[in-house]
Every structure is written in structure tokens, then in C-alpha cells.
Design a protein. Structure first.
Length: 87
């Protein structure tokens, strides 16, 4: 499942966030929960939550119904070049 999730991120999600200098990687998968980290332009971006909910979760839940949760483990406070500055 980890390999399938990372492939989905690499092929469907990352091309979209790459246009903003971002990248999303799968850190782990356990008990129906995917743990991800956002980097580049996504780390600390004011739209990171929207990207997670409307992009990452929708892609994962649509492809893998047994995944019930996506948890963002990103340290957004240490982002050095977010695409959108937080409000």
C-alpha cells in the first residue's frame, strides 16, 4: 500500500503542486491512515490546508477507499520559501 500511495502522489499530486515549487511525500501508512510531509513551496504555505484537503485527500480517498485519514506531519513553521505567505 505504501508503494501504491507514493506512486499516486508522484504521478497525480506532485505534478500539480510542482507548479508552485512544492512536493508531497508519503512518510508512512498504518491502519487506514496515510502520513505525509509537504516540502518546498508547500511547507509553510497559507494554502497548505486547502491543498491537503482538496487535492491530496481527494486523490487518495478516490483511489484507495480503505484509506480513511491523511495526516500532515509537516513542520510548517520552518518553511523557508512558502508559495503563499500565511495570513
Amino acid at each position: 500500500m505504501r508503494r501504491k500511495l507514493q506512486t499516486l502522489l508522484d504521478e497525480k499530486v506532485n505534478p500539480m503542486v510542482a507548479s508552485h515549487g512544492g512536493h508531497i511525500e508519503l512518510l508512512d501508512y498504518a491502519n487506514g491512515t496515510a502520513f505525509v510531509r509537504m516540502s518546498g513551496g508547500c511547507q509553510g504555505c497559507g494554502s497548505a490546508k486547502a491543498t491537503l484537503r482538496q487535492g491530496v485527500e481527494e486523490a487518495i480517498f478516490g483511489a484507495f477507499p480503505r484509506v480513511k485519514h491523511v495526516v500532515d506531519l509537516t513542520d510548517h513553521a520552518s518553511g523557508s520559501s512558502p508559495y503563499y505567505q500565511p495570513a
